[in-house]
Design a protein. Sequence first.
Lengths: 276, 437
Amino acid sequence: MARAVTTNRKIITTAVAWTIALILFFPIFWTILTSFKTEAQAINDPPLFFNFDWTLENYAVVQERSDYMKFLWNSIIIAGGSTILGILIAIPAAWSMAFVPSVRTKDILLWMLSTKMLPAVGVLYPISLIFVEFNLLDTRLGLIVVLMLINLPIIVWMLYTYFREIPGEILEAARMDGATLRDEILYVLTPMAVPGIASTLLLNFILAWNEAFWTLNLTAANAAPLTAFIASYSSPEGLFFAKLSAASTMAIAPILILGWFSQKQLVRGLTFGAVK
Amino acid sequence: MSIKSALCAATAFTLVTAGGAFADGHSATITIATVNNGDMIRMQGYTDTFTEQTGIAVEWVTLEENVLRQRVTTDITTKGGAFDIMTIGMYETPIWGANGWLVPLNDLSAEYDAADILPAMAGGLSHDGTLFAAPFYGESSMVMYRTDLMEKAGLEMPDAPSWSFIAKAARAMTDRENDINGICLRGKAGWGEGGAFITAMSNSFGARWFDEEWNAQFDTREWSDTLNFYKNMMDDAGPEGFATNGFNENLSLFNQGKCGMWIDATVAASFVTGDDSTVADSVGFALAPDNGMGKRSNWLWAWALAVPAGTQQEAEAKQFIEWATSKDYIELVAANEGWANVPPGARTSLYENANYQAVPFAQMTLDSILSADPNNSTVDPSPYVGIQFAAIPEFAGIATEVSQEFSAAYAGQQSIEEALEKAQAITNEAMEAAGYR
C-alpha cells in the first residue's frame, strides 16, 4: 500500500531539493554574473552581487580576440560525430549482450567500464604517437574517434540497460516472421528503444562537449573546440577572471540550452532501470 | 524521415565535416603556441602588421601556462609538428636545445642585433653558447611595497633590503583589524608557483637543491632556516590561507590594498600601478631581499620564442621571431600603447631609452635582472644551471612533489621537519631512478 505523503514532508523534501539545486547551480550563476563585471570588480572583496556597473566589455574583447564560431562549430562536429559513431557501434554490441549473452558478458561489461578508471594522461604518449603516425593530429576526425572510444563503455552500458527492458519474445516473433538480424535490430529493436537511445545520445553529447584533456592535447589551430577556447583565457600570471567568465559563459551556453530543453529525456536516461 | 535514413544522414554529415579539417592550411601560414598573459595577447593584436609586411599569415594557439607546457612538450617529443613556433621558458630551452629539438637561432639578421639581448637572458636561453630561443620578455623578482603603510610604520625601505628588515617591516605593517597583511608571498604548490619562490629565497639563505654529486640537500640547516623563517613571518604577517596563494591571489590582495609588501615577478609592477589597482599611487620598488650571504632571492625568467626542429616553415618562423622580438616591435607598442606597456627585460637598448627610463619600475626591473646569475645561483657550488629551478628534465616533477610537501607544512598539516624529510626522500629517490646518483 502506498504511504501517504504528509504536507510537512513535501515541504521539507522540496526545500532540500531546491537548496541542493541552488548550491549546484551557484558556480554557473557566479560565472555568468562575473562576466558582466570589470576585472577589478571581479576580484572585489567582499564580492559584488548585483551592485556594480554592468558591462558587456568582456564579451566584446572575447569576440574580438577569438573566432568563437570556429570553436563552436568544432565542438558541435566533434561531440556530435563521436556520439553518432558511438551509437552505431554500441547498438549491435548492446544487442548481443542483452539478447544472446555468454557466460563472459558480465565480465566484459565490467572490463569495459574499468577502462574509464585509467587516468587519461597514462596513455597520452601512445595516443599522440598514433595520431602523428596516421596524420590525425589537430583533425576533427581524430578527436571524433578518440572521444567515441572514451565514451563507448558508457554508451554500451546505457543501451544494454534499455535493451534488457525489452522482452526477448518480441524479437523472437520478428525472427519467426522472417526478419533478418539487420531487420530485427533496425526495424524492431531500435524503434522500441528510441527514448533510451535519445537519452544516451544526449548524455554522451554533453560528455563529449565537456571533454577537456584530449581536446586540448590533440589539437592546435584547426580542430580546437570550445574547451580550448576557454583555456586560452586562463592565466596564472594576470587577473583575467571577468574575460575568462565571459568565455566560459559563451562556451556553456549552447549546452545549457540543449540541457534545458531535453531535461526530461536526460532524467529518464539517468534513472532508467533504477526503480523497478 | 525513418531512423535509418536519419542515422545515415547524420553519419555522412559528420564524416564530411570532420574531413574538412584536412583541407585547412596554407603554405604561408605559421602556427604559434603561446601563453595567455598581457604581453603575448598584445602581440597577437599586432599580427596583422606582420602579415601586411611579410604576407605570412599567423594562427595562434593560446593556452594556460601549465596546459601549454604539457602540450608543447608532447608535441616536440612525439615530433607532432603541430606548431612552427613555441613559447617556452628558460627551464625548457637549454634542455631542449641540448637534445637537438630546437632550431639554433645563430643566423638572425644583422639588423636584428642579437648582441643587444640582455646577457642574462641570452645566457639562460642558450646551450653551449648557441641561442635557441629569442626572449620576448624577461623578468626577475623584486619587492613591491606600499609607501604609505611603510611611512605609517615609521620605516624606510632600503633599495636593497635584507630578510630581517622585510620581516620586521611585515610585522610592523600588519593591521589585522583593517585587513592589512604586512606581506604576501606565494605558498601554492607547483614548481612554477610556490616552488619557484621558496627555491629563489633559499638561495639567499645559503641553501641549494643538490650538492656537486647530485645529492639532495633538504637535510641541511640552510633549508630548515629558510622554511622556518618563511613560515614564522607568514604566520605573523601573511594573509589567511597563504599556503594556497599564488601570483594571481597575491596580485588580487595587493591591488585591493590588503598587502604591505609583495615579493614577486617584476612583470607585476605594471599591474600594481595600472588602472585595476586601488593603490597605484603609493607603490614603491626594491631589490629582492638577501641574508648577508652574497646572494639575493630574486629569480630570472624569460618567455621566449623557439622554432621546433622539423618544422616545414623554418624560414617563416624565424622571420616572425625576428619581428616580434625586435627593437621595431618595441617602438610599435610604445607608439600605440605607451612605454609602460612594452615587453620588458629582453633588450639592453630598451633600458638606455630615455622614454623608458621615465617608467617608475624600469630601473629596478633592470637592476633585478642584472643581479640574477643562473650559472652561479647558490652560495655553495651546485652542479645545475638555474635560479628558481635546476635545468634538468627531472626537476619539474620532483619540484612539484616537494612543493606540495612544503605547502602542507605552511598549512599546518605537517611540521617543517617532516616536510623536509619527505622532500629529501622524494628527491634522492627520483635522482637515483634517473641515474644521477
